[in-house]
Design a protein around this ligand. Structure first.
Ligand SMILES: *Cc1c(COP(=O)(O)O)cnc(C)c1O
Length: 214
């Protein structure tokens, strides 16, 4: 294996936005257990219709991960639907997730999404705010931040994503040295997941390469 990573360290998330439940079922049949959605409303319907299928087919260990931008007014639904939220990008959202999770006695797992480029349109926390947010969430009882996520700008060449992945990995290392426990790095999509794996990804989020063009 090129990157010499332990394959058990790298978790594949099948990104199922716009993908119908029949195809999700096929993917589960093929062994995929983690699914990623980027819109709460769409996910809610699919998760509800997939649940009885998973039960009938005996798919165990299925998890739903939220990977899109999360508005604060959707926090309530999100904590009820998702095992992990990859897009925590503000203190306000952290408060909201913590509050909603506490209402249902859940510890919500989350990753902090960092914005490592200057693009205007991308969501994500600026790097300069990372440590403040890590400190703030460490005192929240119902929110468990377990890692970092990023989406590099769109490039023609996958290799161009590498510096962003390296940056994310080095921020995690710094945070770990300061005592934060961050086992996960969510980075890499259809076009650049191989590079993300070389740079330490523990979650790759792959849509097109599994399910075809959206
Ligand atoms: C859509 C999406 C993906 C998957 O993208 P592909 O290029 O289809 O693999 C990964 N991450 C996020 C945040 C997405 O919105």
């Amino acid at each position: 294996m090129k990157s010499e990573r332990d394959p058990f360290e790298v978790n594949l998330i099948g990104v199922t936005k716009t993908v119908p439940v029949e195809l999700i079922t096929e993917a589960a049949d093929a062994g995929i257990r983690l699914f990623g959605e980027s819109r709460v409303q769409e996910a809610e319907e699919k998760i509800a219709s997939f649940a009885p299928i998973a039960l009938k087919e005996g798919f165990s260990g299925v998890q739903w991960h939220f990977i899109g931008h999360l508005q604060r007014n959707k926090a309530r639904q999100a904590v009820r639907l998702f095992d992990m939220i990859h897009s925590l990008d503000s203190l306000e959202l952290a408060w909201e997730l913590n509050k909603e999770a506490s209402k249902i006695g859940k510890i919500q797992q989350a990753l902090i999404q960092l914005k490592l480029s200057e693009e205007e349109t991308k969501h994500g926390l600026p790097e300069s705010c990372l440590f403040d947010l890590l400190k703030a969430v460490s005192s929240m009882d119902n929110l468990s931040v377990l890692g970092l996520m990023t989406i590099p700008p769109l490039f023609e060449k996958p290799e161009s994503s590498r510096p962003y992945f390296q940056k994310l990995a080095s921020l995690r290392e710094r945070a770990q040295r300061e005592g934060f426990n961050l086992p996960y790095l969510s980075m890499g999509m259809s076009s650049d997941y191989e590079i993300a794996i070389e740079e330490g990804a523990t979650f790759i989020r792959v849509g097109t390469a599994i399910f075809g063009q959206r």
